[in-house]
Ligand binder design. Structure first.
Ligand code: ARG
Length: 439
């Protein structure tokens, strides 16, 4: 059995029970691709800066290629005594190529490594989710086209209020999904900065080139602050929030299909509704995990992976299932007809069929080309203004209130930032211990 990197202060090796309890390899092996990619970039940078010989770099890269293939063929042996994905890959590289492998740890710690790997993983996941969102949007527009002219009761306060074209209903979801995707893309832009070079928490005196690794990995730039780089999981919280919001929308859609779809075609959506609860739970898990953690890296953070893996896998499953349902669902026209003839429906809001179909064709093309714009054009907005109900009014009022609230909060944030910089200036040169693992 190998000595642990951190085992030095224990008299005897850790017991098997502790090892099993503290390992993360059983789940963080999902980061292997990103870990290997990061190591290739790091080795190339070290060689470029004269911190590693070219031949060491070549054998490292060759070794990593072999390891990647082995993992993909399912032949790699993941060892619990090697704790996590970083140590499993690095130790196996040492088994394979010997001494040169150890130089890969120059100017790098697992603290900046895991943050890099996880950012890359989240970035890939966002791209996958967004492409599934697009497929669902197209499926919903097609469903609207297939049911052109179908009128359903529109509900408010859980009461049938106005008859609406089914497409009006379905396009509401297309709209929501557009914002859901954009929310994740905003998160993608914010997380796309490279932590490498932060090392354990305080950077390094070695002449590394952080821009080179950042470019090689497709990041926008290196992160500015080393302590922030290794400690914050705000990007994960954002991704989980985005997924949780999207899950709520899909749950609404599922409820709706439960109402109107023929029995045999709507049933899988019930499970979509149920799964949305998990996505909210995943977000809360991470919020609680991060609450109360002091700077910088703390081992608690290894618990950040499973909720995210679950959230991403589940939301993709929900999107696929919803798109599949949209393509196959049939509406129960009898049930809809019966519902229309009871209650207090006011038929003043219907529009003509041909112009609707033309509009749907356009929307389908826009979504497919990625040109669908969620900001409605002026004309559309004007039409909506001709009439007003308290429902639209409160939503408008609330939007405006939120705009103002955001401006106020942002100005307070700026004030706090300035105060912190002034505090730093007042204490220039003061050195404090930097903490990691509460040490
Ligand atoms: N596996 C850990 C995680 O998932 C990374 C290791 C961090 N560094 C350390 N010295 N334990 O966060």
């Amino acid at each position: 059995k190998e000595a642990k990197l951190w085992g030095g202060r224990f008299e005897e090796g850790v017991t098997d029970a502790v090892e099993r309890f503290t390992e993360s390899i059983s789940f963080d092996k999902a980061l292997y691709k990103q870990d290997i990619k990061g190591s290739r970039a790091h080795a190339s940078m070290l060689a470029n800066q004269g911190l590693m010989s070219l031949s060491d770099r070549d054998s490292i890269i060759e070794g990593l290629d072999q390891i990647e293939k082995k993992i993909e063929r399912g032949e790699f042996v993941w060892r619990t005594d090697r704790e996590d994905v970083h140590m499993n890959i690095e130790a196996t590289l040492t088994d394979l190529i010997g001494e040169p492998a150890k130089k890969l740890h120059t100017a790098r710690s697992r603290n900046d490594q895991v943050s890099t790997d996880f950012r890359l993983w989240c970035r890939d996941s966002i791209d996958a989710i967004v492409s599934h969102v697009k497929q669902l949007q197209v499926a919903l527009v097609r469903l609207a086209k297939k049911n052109i002219g179908v009128i359903v009761p529109g509900y408010t306060h859980l009461h049938k209020a106005e008859p609406v074209l089914l497409q009006n209903h379905l396009l509401a979801y297309v709209e929501q999904l557009e914002l859901d995707a954009r929310r994740l893309l905003d998160c993608r832009a914010r997380l796309n900065f490279c932590p490498l070079g932060a090392c354990a928490l305080a950077g390094t005196g070695l002449p590394i080139d952080r821009f080179m690794t950042s470019d090689a990995l497709g990041f926008s730039a290196p992160m500015r602050n080393s302590m922030d780089a290794v400690s914050d999981r705000d990007f994960v919280l954002e991704l989980l929030s985005g997924n949780a919001i999207m899950a709520l929308h899909l749950s609404w859609l599922g409820e709706e299909w439960g109402l109107w779809a023929s029995e045999e075609s709507g049933f899988s959506m019930e499970v979509v509704c149920g799964k949305s609860a998990r996505l909210v739970g995943d977000l809360v898990t991470l919020q609680v995990l991060c609450k109360g953690l002091p700077l910088t890296y703390n081992r608690d953070l290894q618990e950040d992976k499973e909720p995210v893996f679950d959230s991403v896998e589940t939301i993709i499953g929900m999107l696929k299932m919803s798109a599949d349902s949209a393509l196959n669902i049939t509406y129960n026209l009898d049930k809809i007809q019966k519902a229309l003839s009871s209650g207090h429906l006011d038929p003043s809001s219907l529009v003509d069929r041909d112009s609707v179909l033309e509009g749907l064709d356009q929307i389908e093309k826009q979504v497919e080309r990625g040109e669908f714009v969620w900001i409605q054009n002026q004309e559309h907005a004007k039409n909506l203004q001709t009439a007003r109900s308290q429902n639209g009014q409160v939503s408008t009022d609330f939007h405006i209130w939120c705009f103002e609230a955001i401006d106020i909060i942002v100005s307070h944030i700026k004030h706090l930032q300035v105060s912190l910089v002034r505090l730093a200036k007042k204490n220039t040169g003061v050195i404090v211990p930097g903490y990691t693992h509460l040490q």
